[in-house]
Design a protein around this ligand. Structure first.
Ligand code: SAH
Ligand code: SF4
Ligand code: F3S
Length: 483
C-alpha cells in the first residue's frame, strides 16, 4: 500500500529568500506517493517553491497550499489518491482560501475523470509542469491545469531540496519510450530524455556538499541514459570520480538497455555497488511477448549470467506481475521456477492491474482476481523463503553498513544498508547517520540482517575493501513491499 513518504519537518528548509520582513510566509504541505522518481520530483518542487518564498510545513492543517504528488501505476494507487483528497477537502472547507493541488502521474492520466470526481481541486499539474507551479499557486480561474508533456523538460537547472539522510536520489533521465503493453508510464511521463552529464555531476557534487555519501541515479529506464555521445556506463564512471561519493546505485535499468559499458562500470568501479534491480515481469516467453518487453527469457537469463560472472556475489532483485491477460498455469509455473533458479535477493510482486490508455487495457482479462491473489500468494511464499536463505548466507560475514539513523526496534540500535542493499540493524548508541561501519552478521530474518560493529566509521569504501557479501530494495515507495 502506498504511503506518504516525505512528511518532512518544516525545519528542513531555510527561511525563504525574497520575503519582505514581517510578511507571513506562504506555507505548503506536500505529500508523495509512488516511485522514487516521484519522491525526487517532490524534492525538486520543494526546492523550487522554497526559492519562491514558500515554507514547507509538516501538517496540512497549517498549510495555505496542500499538494499531493500522485502515482497511477495500479488502479488501487489511484483510488487511494482520490480517497486522500476527499479527506484533505476538510481543510479547504474549514479555511476557505486553502488551495488543493494534485501533482504527478494521476494528473496526466486522469485529468478528465478527476475534474468530474473532484471538481473542487484547484490545481492539476503533471510531471512536466512543475516549473509553472509558483505562478499557478498565485491564483487564477479554477481549476488551473498544466498537464502537457514536454519532450525537453529535464529540470536540469533546478536544485532539489534533498530529504535528510546519507542517501540522495537524483533523477538522470525522465520519461519512457518502451511502451510495455501494461504500463501507463509512457503516457503519464512522456518521452524519454536525459539530463546532460555535467548537470548530473553538478547535482552529485552538491549532494556531497550537503553531506550525502551515497547517490542513487534514477530513471524509469535509467540505463537508457545517453547524452552527447556518452552512455550510461560513462555516466557511472564520471559519477564515481566525484570526490566524496562513497556509494553509487541506480534504478531501474531495463534489460534491453544493458550494454557492455554499464557492465564494465559495475565490474570495475569500486564505488558502484554490487546490487542490480533487473525487472523480469514474467518468465514465460508468450507473456513477455504480449507485454512487449523486448526480451525473451533466454536473453534475460544469459544477461544475468554475464553480469554475475563479471560481478561475483552481486545481489539481484526484480519486479514480477502475475495474472497478465493470457497468463496460463504453465506460464505462471515458468515464473515460479525461474525465481527458484535465479534466487533473487528480493522481489516486488504485483497483481496485474488493467490501466486505461495502455494497449493491454483493450485485451480481455483471463485471470480473475481470486486466481491472481492465489498466484501472488504462491510467489510471495516462495520469495520469502529464498530471501530468508539469501540473508542467512550472510551470517558470519563482515559487511559494510552505511548508517541511516536509529532503528525502530530494538531500542538503542541503528539501521542502514550493506553494499548490496540489504537492511542491517546494529547496536549503535552514538553511531551517527552517514557513518560507514564494518559489522559482523550474527543473525538474519527474510528482511533484515542483525549485525554487530567490528570497526567504526570514518573508513571509506576503498579503505574497507569490497565486502564479500552484498545487495537489496530499490528504496521504492509505491506501496510495493519487497519480498
Ligand atoms: N521502468 C521499470 C518499471 C516501472 S513501474 C521497468 O521497466 O522495469 C514498476 C513496476 O510496477 C513494474 O516493473 C511492474 O512490475 C509494475 N507494474 C507496472 N504496471 C503495472 C500494472 N499495470 N499492473 C501491475 N503492475 C504493474
Ligand atoms: Fe513502464 Fe515498460 Fe517503461 Fe518500465 S520500461 S516504465 S514497465 S513502459
Ligand atoms: Fe507511479 Fe508515475 Fe512512478 S505512475 S510508479 S509515480 S512514474
Amino acid at each position: 500500500m502506498a504511503s506518504p513518504v516525505d512528511e518532512l519537518p518544516g525545519s528542513a528548509l531555510a527561511t525563504p529568500a525574497g520575503e519582505p520582513p514581517g510578511a507571513a510566509p506562504r506555507r505548503v504541505f506536500l505529500e508523495t506517493y509512488g516511485c522514487q522518481m516521484n519522491v525526487a520530483d517532490s524534492e525538486l518542487v520543494r526546492g523550487l517553491l522554497a526559492r519562491e518564498g514558500w515554507v514547507v510545513v509538516p501538517d496540512p492543517a497549517e498549510a495555505d497550499a496542500i499538494l499531493v504528488n500522485t502515482c497511477a501505476i495500479r488502479e488501487n494507487a489511484e483510488e487511494r489518491v482520490l480517497g486522500r483528497f476527499t479527506q484533505l477537502l476538510q481543510h479547504k472547507q474549514a479555511r476557505p482560501g486553502v488551495q488543493l493541488g494534485l501533482l504527478g502521474c494521476v494528473a496526466t492520466h486522469q485529468r478528465e475523470r478527476l475534474l468530474e470526481r473532484a471538481p473542487w481541486i484547484d490545481l492539476i499539474v503533471g510531471p512536466d509542469g512543475y516549473r509553472d507551479l509558483p505562478v499557478l499557486l498565485r491564483g487564477g480561474t479554477d481549476p488551473r491545469i498544466e498537464v502537457r508533456l514536454d519532450r525537453d523538460e529535464t529540470y536540469a537547472d533546478l536544485a532539489p531540496d534533498l530529504a535528510p539522510g546519507p542517501r540522495a536520489f537524483l533523477t538522470v533521465m525522465r520519461g519512457c519510450d518502451k511502451f510495455c503493453t501494461f504500463c501507463v508510464v509512457p503516457f503519464t511521463r512522456g518521452r524519454e530524455r536525459s539530463l546532460p552529464a555535467e548537470a548530473v555531476l553538478e547535482q552529485v557534487r552538491s549532494a556531497v556538499g550537503e553531506g550525502k555519501r551515497e547517490v542513487v541515479l534514477l530513471g524509469q529506464t535509467v540505463n537508457a541514459w545517453r547524452h552527447d555521445g556518452l552512455d550510461f556506463g560513462d555516466l557511472l564512471r564520471r559519477v564515481a570520480r566525484v570526490p566524496g561519493v562513497e556509494r553509487i546505485r541506480f534504478t531501474s535499468p531495463h534489460p534491453s538497455d544493458v550494454g557492455e559499458s554499464m557492465i564494465d562500470a559495475m565490474a570495475g568501479e569500486e564505488k558502484v555497488m554490487p546490487w542490480l534491480h533487473l525487472p523480469l515481469q514474467s518468465a514465460s516467453d508468450a507473456v513477455l511477448a504480449a507485454m512487449q518487453r523486448g526480451y525473451g527469457l533466454d536473453e534475460y537469463r544469459r544477461l544475468l549470467e554475464r553480469i554475475r560472472a563479471r560481478v561475483p556475489g552481486i545481489a539481484v532483485s526484480t519486479d514480477v506481475i502475475v495474472g497478465f491477460p493470457g497468463e496460463g498455469e504453465v506460464d505462471f509455473e515458468a515464473t515460479e521456477s525461474f525465481l527458484r533458479e535465479v534466487r533473487y535477493d528480493f522481489a516486488y510482486l504485483f497483481k496485474y492491474s488493467a490501466r486505461e490508455g495502455t494497449r493491454a487495457w483493450k485485451i480481455e482479462e483471463t485471470v480473475d482476481e481470486a486466481e491472481k491473489g492465489r498466484r501472488l500468494e504462491r510467489l510471495i511464499a516462495l520469495q520469502e523463503a529464498i530471501s530468508l536463505e539469501r540473508h542467512r548466507e550472510q551470517v558470519g560475514r563482515e559487511v559494510e553498513v552505511l548508517v541511516e539513523g536509529p532503528s525502530k526496534r530494538p531500542p538503542g540500535h541503528v539501521h542502514g544498508k550493506t553494499r548490496d542493499f540489504k537492511t542491517a540493524v546494529l547496536p549503535g548508541d552514538g553511531i551517527e547517520p552517514g557513518a560507514l561501519v564494518l559489522a559482523r552478521v550474527e543473525d538474519a530474518t527474510a528482511h533484515t540482517l542483525l549485525a554487530v560493529p567490528a570497526a567504526t566509521a570514518g573508513l571509506g569504501a576503498s579503505a574497507l575493501g569490497r565486502s564479500k557479501s552484498e545487495p537489496r530494495d530499490p528504496g521504492r515507495s509505491d506501496g510495493a513491499t519487497p519480498r
